[in-house]
Design a protein around this ligand. Sequence first.
Ligand code: SAH
Ligand code: SF4
Length: 350
Amino acid sequence: MTPCILSLTEEELTAELALLGHKAYRARQIREWVWRRRARSFDAMTDLPPLLRKALGARFTLRPSEVVELAGSGGGTRKFLSRMEDGSLVESVLIPAAEGKGGMRAERLTLCVSSQVGCAFGCKFCASGLQGLERNLSAGEILGQIVTAEDIAGARIDNIVFMGMGEPLANFDNLRQALEIILSSGALNIGARHITVSTSGNVPGLKRLTDYGRPIRLAVSLHGVTDAVRSRIMPVNRRWPLGKLIPALKDWCAASSHKITLEYILIEGINDTLGEAELLAGIARDLRAKVNLIPYNTVDSLPWKRPSEKQCRSFCRLLVSRRIPVTLRYEKGHDINAACGQLRLRKLKE
Ligand code: SAH
Ligand code: SF4
């Protein structure tokens, strides 16, 4: 696959240019075109010598994918499907949301990015894992989703969640490289507190993320409060059960100034009893975490259902009564078939 210039730090680009016989200031010039002026072709970089533009075009891509489907419109949630150079399909979701209170309200633009094509973890309720893992996305392909989203929205993304397809911590090196560019003031320049990595509980990956030490946020897909339930719906739990996951989360918490988010999908008859809400409150208290309840988004070909709204609200109320910070979030992409892995699944079946 052609390397993507989006994935290079200034030092890496400088080293590449040195190999081509160019001075370091060219790297700054190119990054200015790539990140500030958002050039869409190397030919547009008019203050570079034509031979350098040609050499860059032969060596790198500027956009690693093309958009093949765009769903949703205007001010609401939008999702797009990108086709990579090798034909792989990847989905990303753009979510505008108001943030803050009273006169301080501001529109934030969140992008939910994918980190892999498919997923090896095979959670039973998830469309992304149905066909297993095809491959990791490169750092350029992760960053390409962000730049493409900004092209579509005509605005800058200011919040990134790694909650699309794939398990980001199973693609750690590319995740870290993408994070460096996202955080870099000469590139995307998004603050660490506006970046959330979500994991299904990949313990070695969590340790690496803790050691990486950047003050980003962490979300954990818990979805079950006992090993029996969790292993039933998330095979990853057999490898890293709660007894291993929770200490790794405590290590993260000790090193982080943000609360972690426990994601909890509510699935009818599987994990939605008030007894489980009580256990969830205990885990959240122990970790000083907040809880995000997500009524299950049905997936064609899977048998799982979302509980009644009444049941979801009772589950939520129990956590509130235990003073756990909790939100009950009806999946924003539901109306446009936009939840995790679902647009790709539909396209693959076409
Ligand atoms: N692999 C990581 C990152 C993906 S995040 C992880 O699992 O955390 C995607 C989130 O959407 C996860 O919390 C996942 O459990 C959840 N999810 C998957 N399928 C869903 C569905 N059908 N309805 C609601 N949430 C779903
Ligand atoms: Fe993979 Fe996350 Fe889906 Fe599980 S929930 S299959 S880890 S993407």
